[in-house]
Design a protein around this ligand. Structure first.
Ligand code: DMJ
Length: 684
């Protein structure tokens, strides 16, 4: 049409010869194909979706389609993908400040993803729905509807939580060792109280508090993380102080003046999977958030495992209502993180009213991290238990369904997934940082469900099979280790974080395929042994952040940047489980070696500190008493030197921050009428 109007140009084709026309057409069609193809192959294909989805298209979607909690959720929310520049996992330490979710717009971004994605009906939650959820949850929160009865819940435990005599061991040496661990806890706590009270963590060398950038406006991470440890150790005065702080000072709506916004420094942690800040160090400072984000951005994962986990276990252990109130309030604040096209949450959430969320700037192409979105299940199921509101369980079941259906390379779960398309973003697989606690939560979901969650069980044992086939290796020196996998190529490295897997494989040994129990117990023992070797081959008898099995190395760090130890618990965690499962005295001996090393190298005048090089006999301290030292490292040591009836494993599973959560015995709870519905009295 346009051509005809050109003066002097014939309609037959602007005077071009046939061959020229052909070349021109070829060029044109190539150009069109290229543009069109580019739209499809762009990660998350936002533009394409905008073009091809009509503004009025508001598909109803099914939440957790094949479970009993299914319900329809309409969608009227536009989700915009952040303009995050992709980068490999451990490249840059920054948060993309551009919100991935924009509220108020009208269209929806839909996945053009994989086959698995097409079959699967994800929750596409949206802000109005999230508001409704909040209202619903408040309604469930004891005001009307179902009310959780703590007394009835206790009747469904098989044994008293604290045992006959608080787990006091009968032999005097073990008792003395346990007392030593209790003294360490008191020392760590007293110094935190004196120098950092109300801040997130203690800086023991400079004797001040650390706020960091993981918890948004939340404070007191060490207090919330310590509640249950203080309680089970019988440090009751300290527990009461902690409880009072939660009651009066744990502000879930705190606003930070923008000028006080922390800028990440080289040694700050950002999020734990891989403790990216420590490894990724340190190259990029975090920019201040926009002024409107007064509540700051928090890691969904860290807030969940430390605050939600800490408050839940404090409630279940003590029955103090304040913990329940706080945790339900906090749980609701986390719900907007799930407002993505797939329901897979992004890593960073604004805890304020905006409810916006972001992907970590360092995560490949705006992806979410397996160990982050895969480590919500235990806590969210308990939030539903306590509130009577199924929304929390729906959110995590939705994640589960997607992961179950998506195609997995060699049966393995890569660490990066797009929350928009629901597809894997790159094929890095690890049972250490970025992947670790996802596997842990599969087996623990099964155990916490009183062994009724068959889906979790199946997923766990299939994942284990794939891990054994593809990742488990034997070193020339005979050490068993779990390597990492990068698109089919093995990286012969094991992170300290991966050392939790000895304990995990141990607790999963009972319920695997027939005849596999001993095999799993052996594997668990071998991995725990390797992790112990990583400790005993260092000058300090503490283990490095990562150790290798190549270039002649056997369970030692070869890179300077892998030599630090930040008071992590994973190796001791495996000792504790292996002790409970086998009662082999070597695990208590190994635990005691760790106590001695901590005392010698990490104890300073005002608390405990991580060290920069486990191979240097004159240590340099990193000036940080991590909250997980109080929550996990010292708790696992205390349990290692206690009788098994302190928090018996038949009744309790530990979340990934070592906060004990009770097994949910649905039938028993129903029989005892744990829930009082709509004002009716309980059955007992
Ligand atoms: C803890 O916050 C949790 O154990 C998490 O799962 C991984 N790492 C730290 C401690 O190392």
């Amino acid at each position: 049409m346009v051509f005809r109007k050109l003066p002097g140009v014939s309609a037959s084709g602007m005077g071009l010869r046939l061959s020229q026309k052909f070349v021109f057409l070829l060029f044109l069609s190539g150009l069109v194909t290229l543009c069109f193809g580019a739209l499809f192959f762009l990660p998350d294909s936002v533009r394409l979706k905008r073009i091809f989805l009509s503004k009025s298209e508001n598909p109803a979607v099914t939440v957790g389609s094949d479970n009993e909690l299914s319900k329809k959720v309409p969608v009227d929310q536009e989700h915009q993908r952040a303009g995050v520049k992709g980068g490999e996992a451990n490249v840059k330490l920054k948060v993309s400040r551009k919100p991935s979710v924009t509220h108020g717009a009208r269209t929806v971004e839909r996945s053009v993803g994989s086959r698995a994605q097409d079959e699967w009906s994800p929750a596409r939650a949206h802000e109005p729905a999230a508001r409704d959820e909040r209202v619903t949850s408040a309604a469930h929160n004891g005001q009307r509807g179902s009310a959780f009865s703590y007394e009835m819940f206790k009747k469904c435990l098989l044994k008293p939580a604290l045992g006959k005599d608080q787990g006091k061991p009968s032999d005097s040496e073990t008792l003395q060792r346990r007392e030593k661990v209790k003294e360490m806890m008191k020392f760590a706590w007293d110094n935190y109280k004196q120098y950092a009270w109300g801040k997130n963590e203690l800086r023991p060398l400079t004797r001040n508090g650390h706020i960091g950038n993981m918890f948004g406006g939340l404070r007191g991470a060490s207090i919330v993380d310590s509640l249950d440890t203080l309680y089970i150790m019988g440090l009751m005065e300290e527990y009461e102080e902690a409880k009072e702080w939660v009651q009066n000072n744990l502000d879930l709506n705190s606003h930070i003046p923008t000028e006080l916004w922390p800028v990440a420094k080289p040694t700050d942690n950002i999020t734990d999977p891989g403790r990216m800040a420590h490894t990724a160090t340190n190259k990029t400072a975090i920019r201040r958030p926009p002024a409107r984000d007064a509540n700051g951005e928090a890691s969904l994962f860290e807030v969940n495992i430390r605050y939600v986990g800490g408050l839940l276990s404090a409630f279940y252990l003590t029955g103090a209502e304040i913990f329940k109130q706080k945790v339900l309030e906090l749980g609701e604040k986390l719900l907007p993180a799930f407002n993505t096209p797939t329901g897979i949450p992004r890593g960073v959430i604004n805890l304020g009213s905006s409810g916006t969320s972001w992907s970590w700037g360092w995560a490949s192409a705006g992806s979410s991290i397996l160990a982050e979105f895969g480590t919500l299940h235990l806590e969210f199921v308990h939030l539903s238990e306590l509130s009577g509101n199924p929304v929390f369980t729906e959110k995590v079941m939705n994640i589960r369904k997607l992961l179950n259906k998506i195609e997995k390379p060699h049966g393995l779960y890569p660490n990066f997934l797009s929350p928009v398309s629901g597809n894997w973003v790159q094929h890095h697989v690890s049972i250490g940082g970025l992947g670790d606690s996802f596997y842990e939560y599969l087996i623990k979901s099964y155990l916490m469900s009183d062994k009724t969650d068959e889906e979790a069980k199946k997923m766990y044992y299939s994942a284990m099979e794939a891990i054994e086939t593809n990742l488990v290796q034997k070193s020339p020196g005979g050490l068993t280790y779990v390597a990492e996998w990068r698109g089919g190529i093995l990286d012969h490295k094991m992170g300290h974080l991966a050392c939790f897997s000895g304990g995990m494989i141990g607790i999963g040994a009972d319920d695997g395929p027939a005849g596999q129990k001993q095999h799993y117990l052996d594997l668990a023992a071998e991995i725990t042994h390797t992790c112990h070797e990583s400790y005993s081959r260092s000058a300090t008898k503490l283990g490095p952040e990562a150790f290798r099995f190549d270039g002649g190395a056997e369970a030692t760090a070869t890179r300077l940047s892998d030599r630090y130890y930040i008071l992590r618990p994973e190796v001791i965690e495996s000792y504790m489980y292996m002790w409970r499962l086998t009662h082999d005295p070597k695990y208590r001996e190994w635990g005691w070696e760790a106590v001695e090393a901590l005392e010698k190298h990490c104890r300073v005048d005002a608390g405990f500190s991580g060290i920069r090089d486990v191979y240097a006999s004159t240590v340099s301290h990193d000036n940080m008493q991590q909250s997980f030292f109080l929550s996990e490292t010292l708790k696992y040591l205390y349990l290692l030197f206690s009788d098994d009836d302190l928090l018996p494993l038949e009744d309790w599973v530990f979340n990934t921050e070592a906060h004990p959560l009770p097994v949910i015995r649905k039938r028993c709870l129903q029989e005892h009428g744990t829930r009082q519905d709509d004002g009716q009295t309980s059955l007992e």
